[in-house]
Design a protein around this ligand. Sequence first.
Ligand code: HAM
Length: 429
Amino acid sequence: MSTLKAVRGTRDLLPPETVLWNRVEATARAVFARYNFGEIRTPVFEDTALFARGVGEETDIVSKEMYTWEDRARAQSEKPQSLTLRPENTAGVVRAYIEHGLGESGQLQKLYYIGPQFRRERPQKGRYRQFAQIGAEVIGPPSSGSESPLRDAEVLEMLATLLDELGITGWTLHLNSVGSAADLARYDVARRAALVPVVGQLCADCQRRAVTNPLRVLDCKVPADQPIIETLPVIADSLDEASQTHFAAVTAALDAAGVPYTLNPRLVRGLDYYTRTTFEFTHDGLGAQNALLGGGRYDGLSEALGGPRAPGIGFAIGEDRLVLTLLAQESAPPQVDAYIAPLGETLNTAALVLARELRHKGLWIELGDGSFRLKKSFEAAEKTARRIVILGEDELQSGILTVKTFSTGLQTKVPRAELGVFLSEPASK
Ligand code: HAM
């Protein structure tokens, strides 16, 4: 019988990597709390129409990548329904905002989420069919200040803070404005006109996009198309005064807060709901899939979903890519504070009691086995922990334990009462 494996594009996350996932999520929650964001959890599957209307029929995500199925009716009264595993979370959050009347309080809603998303993409490093996003959305009625460029700047400053706190260095923030719906309509006309003489030289996908959604031509990755795309007008030329002023206020606030960015007029993003500010943070360590996170403003999304006017801005971090970056950056030191090695099976119970004592003090302890020879204990300890604590008959009687710190090679005698404090000190000491 052939053995069963995780489905292509999905994967198991195992220790010790899961330690990093938990650390990333705990840091994100702590940072979001400081900016007064609350958590939202929306369902993993939704009505297919939500993504068709929210993300856009013509996007790659909706036209090619969704896991969609016809859900059978269970009763005569039920109609079969087309359902889809969420490919992203913004549409779901805005649906929930409308459904629960969250705008009725008049307050700005600041919501974050952490969870799996699904896209049937060609799997490669950093690109999976099930992946996790850590995202946040700021949305509210215009009277709550949801349109203010201050919100854009605050979200970007929060992201810079989060990446800094996670210890991610070397990121680049690419920033653009795709303008208002009216700017986009004007740009659409200009772009269609500019495409007419060159469309025949572009790839088949672009020829289709040139008719259905010319903005998407900017998304094209086909190398041969690039010289032609370079000559097409950019959206910045079509921004009206209000959009220009809004964008200038965002960049001025980022300058004041000391958040570095690069203006990238070709950044359009793969989802149709964006208006005005759009952005991506990239990291060179990621290779081809170098977008660590992406986001932007979506001032018309709520109305497109049948809700009230509710401008918003948000982002989603690719958690898989964030963890890949951290893994590449650091040679993660073992997280376990100490490995306790009892010298002989008769000391196993005493070792269990010592482990219990230390664990109650909050230390991370791995417990060895007295049936191991000392050499084997040392080998096991060095793989898992920062220090080894030897527990023999003498140590038990005298209450003085022998501790070896692997990073320095130092062997130290430590009274049992002081062991907790000693083991919680950084291992470089
Ligand atoms: P997105 O750019 O489609 O935006 O995805 C955001 C991030 O999710 C990407 O930058 C990437 O790190 C990660 N990601 C996307 N697809 C995959 C994949 N197949 N495998 C691994 N990671 C992936 C959105 O999803 C928007 N909802 C962001 C947003 C929130 N805009 C406004 N609010």
